[in-house]
Design a protein around this ligand. Structure first.
Ligand SMILES: [Zn+2]
Length: 256
């Protein structure tokens, strides 16, 4: 299995990171993608990737919730990183209007700039959307590039949104603990979306699946997400693992 989205370089894992990694490997996690947040997270992210470069794969980008008055400086720091080496993706990037709408204009500028970098470098994007689907879609469509590919991470939107993403071509839906939540509509309609569209993620330390909801999340809990998908699609556990693995490699071609 590939955890296409985990922030286990964050301080939440400082006490027991090695144990968390060992547990992930023990249940069959073979790769973890580490999306960046902002200038503060770069060092720890790269340090973790460097500790095991065949297992961890760094993505570089500026997260929309970190787009504030100093955004130009933040974006310049990210650009320096992107120019200095190769990454498996540009991420995470996107638009978030849940926490704060003050910087919507700047969020759009930053998102579009990073989409352009991804196209120029032929890299996939890891897109974060929260209460901003229309705005995010408008940016992706404005770029109008057939080669743009990536993941709408932590997908929890409507069937219509899922179908809209499917029509873009080149994009997958990142499915995490949200699919196990009682109050999420996702589990009710997901079977209408082909399994070819899905990749697995945890978004650790956030969004733990049931029965760990509210506790710290970790990559081992991909098991709970796979289990739920087995129910939804009425296929074997092995099929879910194999398909989502292949789907991930269509987007992130980091395994040789
Ligand atoms: Zn994230």
């Amino acid at each position: 299995m590939i955890d296409t989205h985990a922030h286990i370089y964050l301080p939440e894992f400082d006490e027991d990171r090695t144990a968390v990694i060992d547990r992930a490997k023990a249940v069959g996690v073979s790769h973890i993608i580490l999306p960046n947040v902002d200038s503060d997270t770069i060092n720890n992210l790269l340090k973790l990737e460097n500790s095991e470069p065949d297992f961890f794969h760094a993505a570089m980008g500026l997260h929309p919730t970190s787009v504030k008055s100093d955004w130009e400086n933040e974006l310049a720091i990210i650009k320096t990183q992107i120019d200095s080496r190769s990454f498996c993706a540009i991420g995470e990037i996107g638009i978030d209007l849940y926490w704060d709408k003050t910087y919507l204009k700047e969020q759009i500028i930053v998102f579009e700039k990073q989409l352009e970098w991804a196209i120029n470098l032929n890299l996939p994007v890891i897109i974060h959307v929260r209460e901003a689907f229309a705005e995010t879609l408008a940016c992706v469509k404005k770029i109008n590039c057939k080669h743009l590919r990536g993941v709408f991470h932590s997908f929890g939107g409507s069937l219509t949104e899922a179908e809209t993403i499917m029509k873009l071509g080149g994009f997958k839906l990142g499915i995490n603990g949200v699919v196990t939540f009682k109050n999420s509509g996702l589990k009710d309609y997901l079977a209408n979306i082909p399994l070819e569209m899905l990749v697995l993620e945890t978004d650790a330390p956030y969004l733990s699946p049931v029965p760990f909801r509210g506790k710290r999340n970790e990559p081992m809990y991909l098991l709970q997400i796979v289990e739920k998908l087995t129910d939804i699609y009425q296929v074997t556990n092995e099929t879910i693992r194999k398909k989502t693995y292949e789907n991930s490699l269509q987007i992130f071609n980091f395994i040789h």
